[in-house]
Design a protein around this ligand. Structure first.
Ligand code: CP
Length: 308
């Protein structure tokens, strides 16, 4: 595993190695192999969980962390992302986590950068969010043991969701029974390209579900699109305690990548009860999964003093 750009380009073994390493970090059984390395967090889009958990993960591994300030960087003077990253490499940075609103930007810049810096996709447009899918998988394994033949339902703004795409890719590799539920205007146009079953009715979708993953309605990506008002969305698609109790498996787990729109896609009451706590545990697992990602990518390379 050279970089972490999307789930499609890593193997089942890579995924299981990260999951097992994350478990060792969580149990306090594994020490860092990357203490002298430096990580730069390059977030061109807002973030709470991904940014903070990569920072905490790096700190726990004894790494130096640079919080690159995109708004006050020389990008405003016209410097390209390639030149910025190559300069960071020569300053001593070993890995970058990039979040950006443009889908595929990391695949493009990787081809241009000439030096052996490691790239981690922290979420690019509507393309991919691989570390989120890995922490979601970790949480599912912890809570339901396996995903093979388990009914995993993804509900919400599927078309704009990099989380949904990365989760579908990962869950497909491990034999999950994947169901999507969304109104037609938030559904993939090329559904046949995905190994999933589609429902427009949320009751039908969550019937017997082992895990229900709720997605945020991404209002900021609905520009120029006709989107019905949120009351109508809530009436048809909001997940609440009553729905889960009436239709899902009795031990169903509720997931959400965050941030959640309370009382739109998921009820506030459900978020604040014990079922909703799994969402906070997802965020917590993100620290250990990201420790495993950083340790895996950075321990491979031979010691290079970029700055010398
Ligand atoms: N799940 C997720 O990516 O959250 P943030 O946008 O807060 O990083």
């Amino acid at each position: 595993m050279e970089h972490l750009i999307d789930i499609e380009s890593i193997s089942k073994d890579d995924i299981l190695n990260i999951i097992n390493l994350a478990k060792e970090f969580k149990q306090g059984k594994k020490k860092s192999d990357v203490e002298k390395k430096t990580l730069a967090l390059m977030f061109y889009e807002n973030s709470t969980r991904t940014r903070c958990s990569f920072e905490i993960a790096g700190q726990k591994l004894g790494m130096s962390i640079i919080n690159f300030d995109a708004a006050h960087s020389s990008l405003s003077k016209g410097e390209s992302l390639k030149d910025t990253i190559e300069n960071l490499y020569f300053l001593g940075v070993n890995a970058v986590v990039i979040r950006h609103s443009l889908s595929g930007i990391i695949n493009n810049v990787i081809k241009q950068v000439k030096y052996p810096i490691k790239f981690i996709n922290g979420g690019d447009g509507t393309h991919a969010h691989p570390s989120q899918a890995l922490l979601d998988f970790y949480t599912m394994l912890e809570k339901i043991g396996t995903v093979e033949n388990k009914k995993i339902v993804i509900v919400g703004d599927v078309v704009h969701s990099r989380v949904a795409k990365s989760n579908i890719s990962l869950l497909s590799k491990f034999g999950a029974d994947i169901h999507l539920c969304a109104p037609s205007y938030l559904q993939f146009q090329n559904l046949e390209a995905f190994n999933v079953k589609y429902h427009s009715s949320v009751k039908e979708a969550i019937e017997g579900a082992n895990a229900v993953m709720v997605l945020r309605v991404q209002n900021e990506r609905h520009e120029n699109e006709s989107y019905p008002d949120s009351k109508e969305y809530k009436r048809l698609y909001e997940i609440d305690t009553n729905l889960l109790k009436s239709y899902a498996a009795s031990d169903v787990i509720l997931m959400h990548p965050g941030p959640a729109n309370r009382n739109i896609e998921v009820s506030s009451e459900l978020l604040d009860n014990t079922v909703g706590k799994t969402i906070l545990e997802q965020a917590q697992n993100g620290v250990f999964v990201r420790m495993a990602i950083l340790n895996t990518l950075l321990k491979q390379g031979k010691e290079v003093n970029n700055a010398s």
